[in-house]
Design a protein around this ligand. Sequence first.
Ligand SMILES: Nc1ncnc2c1ncn2[C@@H]1O[C@H](COP(=O)(O)OP(=O)(O)OP(=O)(O)O)[C@@H](O)[C@H]1O
Length: 654
Amino acid sequence: MRRVRPPLALVLPAVLAVTFLLLPLAGVLAHTPWSTLPARIASPEVGQALTLSLTVSGWALLVSLVLGVPLAWLLARTDFPGKAFVRCLVMLPMVLPPTVAGVALLQGYGRRGLTGGLLEDWTGVTLPFSTAGAVVASAFVAMPFLVISLEGALAGLHPRYEETALSLGASPLRVFRTITVPMVAPGLLAGAALCWARALGEFGATITFAGNLPGVTQTLPLQVYLLLQDDPEGATAVSLLLLVIATAVLLALRGRWLGAGRTAADARRDGRRGPAEEADSGPPFVAATGTVPDATGAGHPLRTTVTGAVDLTLDVPAGTTVAVVGPNGAGKTTLLRALLGLTSRAAAHPLTLGDGDVAQLPAHRRRIAWVPQDGALFPHLTAVANAAYGLRARGVPRAEALRAARAHLDELGVGHLARRRPDGLSGGQAQRVALARALAARPRLLLLDEPLAALDQSTKASVRQALRRRLAGFRGVCLLVTHDPVEAVSLADRVLVLEDGAAVQYAAPAELAGRPRSPWVARMLGRNAWPGTPVAEGALLLDGGARLDGADRLPEGTEAALAVAGPEAVALHTARPDGTAANAWPGTVREITAQGGRLRVRVAGGGPEAVAELTPAEAAGLGLAEGVPVWVSVPPKEVTLVPTGGAPYPSDGI
Ligand SMILES: Nc1ncnc2c1ncn2[C@@H]1O[C@H](COP(=O)(O)OP(=O)(O)OP(=O)(O)O)[C@@H](O)[C@H]1O
């Protein structure tokens, strides 16, 4: 952090605030009867009150954990009617005067309260003036600290970890136990410690509700209050004891709340090993002996109709990889989440994977594995434990699951990293582990959400190669969301183009490249695309008003079509070209970019916008530069006319 000279107007009140907080504590230390302190603290009365305080605060913590952890989870992870009211209710004991809390407890659970009589009849337990009552009073005021701290930690935990675990076959309870709780452990621990410390120091609600009976409800804070009347030195000595305990709790929380400890980012940074260290990371795992199960058995074709925010039908043979492409907001992620059963915005019904309809099953029983964009590896598990997660969730014995997980890691070239945690893996390694984890779960449908998006070019190429090799042996259907045309064309057998939640085209990559049915796809593939309406056989009136002749005859009744031409087919001239009355128009050079060894020149204004591809020598010969006026021409035989609208599927079926 940059050091600045703080203004005096801020320093003075801050110093006063510290003094204000410090003086009472200094007063306790100054007036502590140090010579008699050991004897006083060791006295039977203090011992009894301390034991009672620890017992009561321990039980209050237990009650808060049992009731408060599920409540915090519901508040953070679900929506239900009256949620705002419940959240207020949870916080109320923090702002109530403790004596008011005690009165409220008497009215609720006292002998003449709403439920006290019933409780006594059924269980024989009377809460007021009993240790159980002191526990109830402490839990009432302390539980909010746990709930609020844990809810905050849960809100900071992105749900994709839990959703990924569900997609690997873990039941919601198992996900809670093996993913949620370990991942929010620091927040849970901090909340538990604060809750316990608050229960230990509880005074007002306890004395009001449970009274002040030595050995039964007289905890240390109550004893301090009583001692103050005729033995102030004794009160100071016992106060010091409570102060020491509270300080110890704060010191234990230091790393989290007082900023003196290592941050999670520090830990991640330190945990990430460089390439030099990689070579030193111990012997690689013994060559795996497990088999890679998804390569055997019958395949699982996908048949489904999705309705809602995404509206389409898919019928995909087993072993097919489908790239799902479309502009931002087209509905790609919504489609994947509908198949997983994780969104209410769209539903897949029916959803047949091989022999059975899984539409009615919850996410964890559908056998649809999902790899989110960043892989969402579970940070508290090693790579091999991550990869074994799905098999363990399905009850495969530990040793067998680990053996199979290692085989999958080996297949993807990351077997030697099996014992690393995710924070010690590079982006490309993490993606391979995430893919191994998904495949090891033996899914019938594999969903990959932009698996290579976050990788640099060279890593991308090697992970793409590993992915292609691995998908070749996968017997289910793989849907792969991507924005990258190279990825779509090189990895997929079919490409599904989505726009505004609907399928615009579903075709083989070659068909898509040659006859794209939407300007977005054509441009994604680096081609010129001009939408228009047919005016004559083989001619379009473009949306901008120009006429373009093409090589194709459009089917009778075509209402809208797209004229497509590669940038290499577009010619640029310094003056109107002779002999090409058709398909020539003037414009101005707007942008010149390098692509490989060639230049791409964007021309706009005057006619339809066009991109031409030239060699640098050609561009120099034409004197091209941004702002230079030119003529554009495209030979009609180079212009493909593609009907748009209508069914997205090619005539040869799917
Ligand atoms: N929880 C939600 N509530 C309401 N609308 C949503 C929600 N999630 C997504 N949407 C909307 O649904 C549409 C499709 O979103 P989706 O995330 O599926 O698009 P996408 O194709 O995956 O986009 P991107 O390429 O940007 O990831 C968008 O218009 C988006 O704003």
